[in-house]
Design a protein around this ligand. Structure first.
Ligand SMILES: NC(=O)c1ccc[n+]([C@@H]2O[C@H](COP(=O)([O-])OP(=O)(O)OC[C@H]3O[C@@H](n4cnc5c(N)ncnc54)[C@H](OP(=O)(O)O)[C@@H]3O)[C@@H](O)[C@H]2O)c1
Length: 334
């Protein structure tokens, strides 16, 4: 890889990917990590004009497409149209601009495991076709499916080179720790905050029995780089192969954060499907990718990062203070 563009480069995963590529590629490469302040990718003219200007200035051999509009918690249920319009526009504009201005560049995109149908088994990539995603994430999931269809179409018609990774929940330093974040970030935020405030208990949504798969952000970034460099597959899952119950997660975070109060499970909270996991056989055999970060180490790094941010008085404190004092309104969580 020499010259790289990352859409969504100001987001959680995109920022980390940019840092990693910059340190790996050094001065011999340019890494443009762009966010909505650089160009509004929902706007076709603005997107084409940004790509045209960039193409006049540099050649790009790799485009990571991570830009998307999504929030965890109850937001997807209340904003299916926003997700449809934003993400469909972003994806169509990026695919179009890629094939028009950088037709030789390879594209690697980020998909989500909510594209799979709701059942308890591990999902192989073949299940992406001829199945329906779960209802409350339908709009977001279908825009990801449409992105994959678009990539396949570009490969078929123009011979474009592309690949995609289907991610489970990604967590780590720099992620979201608000109460309505995904379950891992939300719980780390709750326990770290409860310790600071010496709160007597922490509420955990659901009975604690629901199971999820998590990937630490640096492992996801390594997967993106490996897929960009070597993958010949249209799409592959990037998962650890292990699921963890919310109870196990909560107890681990409690221990790691040093919180000594009680955990209160609230089974009245709706928390989505009982289990979600990926079959990641393909990425292991085709790329040799393996996660390197244990759950314990990932939680520890995340909790330390958040504590440092709060100790330093960073803005995340305001978000946590808000989520600690107000009752949670969202009823769903991915
Ligand atoms: N995090 C996860 O657990 C997870 C799980 C599965 C899949 N994914 C996928 O992985 C990708 C990255 O996720 P993330 O958690 O890093 O997302 P994120 O933190 O929410 O970042 C989203 C990025 O998209 C950019 N963006 C949004 N609207 C835009 C627009 N109109 N024009 C240009 N850029 C726009 C944002 O730019 P600004 O911030 O500058 O506005 C930001 O850089 C996404 O495609 C997501 O669907 C993530």
């Amino acid at each position: 890889m020499k010259n790289v563009i990352i859409t969504g480069g100001t987001g959680f995963i995109g920022k980390r990917l940019a840092e990693s590529l910059r340190s790996e590629l050094g001065k011999r490469a340019r890494v443009l990590a762009i966010g909505s302040g650089d160009v509004d990718l929902t706007d076709r003219n603005a997107t084409f004009s940004w790509f045209a200007r960039t193409a006049a200035d540099m050649d790009c051999d790799h485009l990571f497409h991570l830009a998307a509009v999504y929030k965890a918690g109850g937001w997807p249920v209340e904003h299916p149209a926003t997700q449809f319009f934003s993400n469909t526009s972003i994806n169509v504009n990026v695919l179009w601009a890629w094939t028009r201005f950088f037709p030789k560049a390879k594209l690697t995109s980020a998909l989500s495991y909510c594209m799979y149908p709701p059942h308890d088994g591990a999902h192989p990539e073949t299940e992406l076709w001829g199945t329906e995603p779960e209802a409350y994430l339908y709009s977001y999931a279908m825009t990801k499916k449409a992105l994959l269809v678009g990539q396949r179409a570009c490969a078929q018609e123009y011979g474009s080179r592309c690949t995609s990774l289907v991610l489970p929940t990604v967590y780590g330093p720099g992620g979201g720790f608000e109460e309505d974040s995904h379950v891992m970030g939300a719980l780390i935020g709750k326990f770290v905050r409860a310790k600071r405030l010496q709160a007597p208990s922490v509420e955990v949504w659901g009975s604690g029995s629901q199971q999820r798969e998590f990937v630490f952000v640096d492992d996801a970034v390594n997967g993106f780089i490996a897929a960009a460099e070597r993958s010949e597959e249209l799409v592959q899952n990037l998962g650890t192969g292990s699921t963890h119950s919310v109870r196990e997660i909560a107890e681990t975070i409690k221990r790691v954060s040093g919180y000594t109060g009680q955990i209160q499970y609230n089974p009245d909270r709706f928390v989505g499907v009982s289990k979600r996991s990926l079959d990641s056989t393909l990425i292991r055999s085709s790329l040799g990718w393996e996660p390197r970060t244990s759950l314990l180490s990932g939680i520890d790094q995340s909790a330390r990062w958040l504590t440092d941010q709060l100790d330093g008085g960073h803005a995340v404190d305001a978000t946590l203070a808000r989520s600690s004092s107000s009752p949670a309104t969202p009823k769903h969580r991915r």
